[in-house]
Design a protein around this ligand. Structure first.
Ligand code: DQA
Length: 145
């Protein structure tokens, strides 16, 4: 049994109310429940942290070193400019998934660049709430290899 850390970046605490036409109507609690259920069904544990602060997310990535087997992170807008989050992920050795509800490449040009993608195992984007299940399944598959 492994521990998977799910990290949610800025503004994701507003899911359900925030631009539902872009992000859907599921709340963050709904998404965490889907991810937790999927992890448990695959024999793993899931921890979740949401923060609107870059440093708190970096601290959580550091604290996962040697403790969590995988990190699934939706960095929100930090995806596009927070190099320190990319550096923290680069220093983390486990499985890493960058996750987005929307497909940033189909949106405004400033969302097309990710400073996180080059540090992760893979990226899941554009599948809405379903992406949370896909991300946990992808982690579990990788851990089983
Ligand atoms: C997001 C995409 C980002 O561009 C945006 O800033 C978010 C959410 C997503 O899940 O689609 O806050 O990461």
């Amino acid at each position: 049994m492994a521990t998977i850390l799910l990290l949610s970046g800025p503004n994701l605490n507003l899911l359900g109310e925030r631009e539902p036409e872009v992000y859907g109507t599921a709340t963050l609690a709904d998404l965490v429940e889907v991810a937790t259920r999927t992890a448990v069904a695959r024999g793993h544990d899931l921890e979740h942290l949401q923060s609107n602060h870059e440093g708190s997310l970096i601290d959580a990535i550091h604290a996962a070193r040697g403790r969590c087997a995988a990190i699934i992170v939706n960095p929100g807008a930090f995806t596009h400019y927070a190099h320190a989050i990319g550096d923290a992920l680069a220093a983390y050795d486990g499985v890493k998934i960058e996750l987005h509800l929307s497909n940033p490449h189909a949106r405004e040009p400033w969302r097309h660049r990710s400073v996180v993608s080059s540090t992760v195992t893979g990226v899941i984007a554009g599948f809405g709430a379903g992406g949370y299940r896909l991300a946990v399944e992808a982690v579990a598959d990788r851990l089983a290899e």
